[in-house]
Design a protein around this ligand. Structure first.
Ligand code: ATR
Length: 290
C-alpha cells in the first residue's frame, strides 16, 4: 500500500512483540477491503503502558491491540470499558472515542466465533477447561455466559481455580464453574466433554509436553480445543484425535479476535470469504507452506 497524509494508524502494545501475527491479519484485511490503514507493532517497556496510551491518543492512532503483559494494566488508562471486558478483567482492544480509548476484549468473542465456525456449541455442554491463568479464566467466563451446564476447571494450583470459580459463579449467580486440581481428572463425572486447553504447556519449542499425559483422560473428550497454534498440532490435540475426538488449534481464535478488533476500528463487517483468505495466509506462514 502507499502511505499518504490520510493513512490511519493502528498498532499493538506489548512486550515482546517481535513474533506477533497481528500485522499480517490487519494489513491483509486493509488490502483486501481497500482501507487506507496500516498496523504496526509497538514494543512498550515495563511501567510505560500509561504513557503509551496517552501518546497514542496524542498521535491520533485509530485503535490498538494490547497483548502480554499489559492486558490488565492498560485498564487504568482507559476512558470507558465494555461490559464483557470489565467482567473478564482483561482488555486486548482499544477503540478511539471522543476523549480517550474504550477497552474491549475480543479474545473471547474471537474464541466464540472460532468455535461457532467449527460447529462447536457451549450451550448445555459439560466442559473441561485446563488451566486457570488469564486465558483460561476468560474461557471459563465465556462458557458460563454462553450457557454451559457445568465447567470443570482443572489447574495445577488448585487455589487459582478456586478463586476464578468463586468470581465467575458470583457474577453469574449460579455454581457453574467447579474447581479441581489437575491430578483429579479421574474424579470427573461420567460422560463425554468439550475440553479447552488453556495452559501454556505444549507451546513451541516444548512440543512434546502435555498437561495430562494419561491416555484414559482423552477417552472423555469428544472435542478438544487448544488455544495454542504453534505447533500446528499440539500433543493435546494428537492425543484427543487418537481417542476418536475432534481437535482444533487456536489459530481461528487468533484470527477472529483480530477481525473483531478490525471491525470495531473501521465500522465494517468482514465476510466469511475474506476471513478465509486471511486464515489461509496465516496457516501457510505457520506451517511453512508459503
Ligand atoms: P495466560 O495469560 O497465557 O493464561 P498465565 O496466566 O501465566 O498465562 O497462566 C498459565 C497457565 O498455565 C496456568 O494455569 C498455569 O498453572 P498454575 O496456575 O498452576 O501456574 C499453567 N501452567 C504453566 N506451566 C504449567 C505446567 N508445567 N504444568 C501445569 N500447568 C502449567
Amino acid at each position: 500500500m502507499e502511505i499518504n497524509g490520510k493513512t490511519r494508524v493502528c498498532g499493538l502494545l506489548g512486550n515482546p512483540v517481535e513474533h506477533t501475527l497481528s500485522p499480517m491479519i490487519h494489513n491483509t484485511l486493509a488490502k483486501i477491503l481497500g482501507h487506507d490503514m496500516v498496523y504496526v507493532p509497538f514494543l512498550v517497556e515495563p511501567g510505560r503502558v500509561a504513557e503509551a496510551v496517552t501518546g497514542s491518543l496524542a498521535l491520533n492512532l485509530l485503535g490498538l491491540n494490547v497483548t502480554v503483559p499489559y492486558k490488565s494494566e492498560v485498564i487504568a488508562s482507559l476512558q470507558e470499558m465494555d461490559d464483557l471486558a470489565g467482567n473478564i478483567g482483561a482488555v486486548n482492544t482499544l477503540v478511539r472515542t471522543e476523549g480517550g480509548y474504550k477497552g474491549y476484549n475480543t479474545d473471547m468473542e474471537g474464541l466464540y466465533r472460532a468455535m461457532t465456525d467449527e460447529g462447536i456449541s457451549m450451550e448445555g455442554e459439560q466442559i473441561i477447561v485446563l488451566g486457570a491463568g488469564g486465558a483460561a479464566r476468560a474461557v471459563a467466563y465465556l462458557c458460563a455466559v454462553k450457557g454451559a451446564d457445568r465447567v470443570y476447571m482443572l489447574n495445577r494450583t488448585l487455589g487459582k481455580a478456586q478463586t476464578v470459580a468463586g468470581e465467575v459463579n458470583r457474577t453469574m449467580g449460579r455454581d457453574v464453574i467447579v474447581p479441581m486440581a489437575m491430578e483429579e481428572y479421574n474424579k470427573l463425572p461420567e460422560g463425554k466433554f468439550l475440553a479447552v486447553q488453556g495452559t501454556s504447556v505444549g507451546l513451541a519449542p516444548h512440543v512434546d509436553d502435555v498437561v495430562i499425559a494419561d491416555e484414559v483422560f482423552y477417552e472423555k473428550i469428544h472435542t478438544g480445543f487448544d488455544l495454542i497454534y504453534s505447533p500446528w498440532e499440539t500433543r493435546f490435540m494428537k492425543m484427543t484425535k487418537a481417542h476418536g475426538g475432534r481437535a482444533y488449534n487456536g489459530l481461528k481464535m487468533l484470527l477472529y479476535q483480530g477481525i473483531i478488533a478490525y471491525e470495531l476500528w473501521n465500522r465494517v463487517s468482514v465476510s466469511k470469504e475474506d476471513a478465509q483468505v486471511v486464515y489461509e495466509k496465516l496457516k501457510a506462514h505457520l506451517t511453512g507452506k508459503v
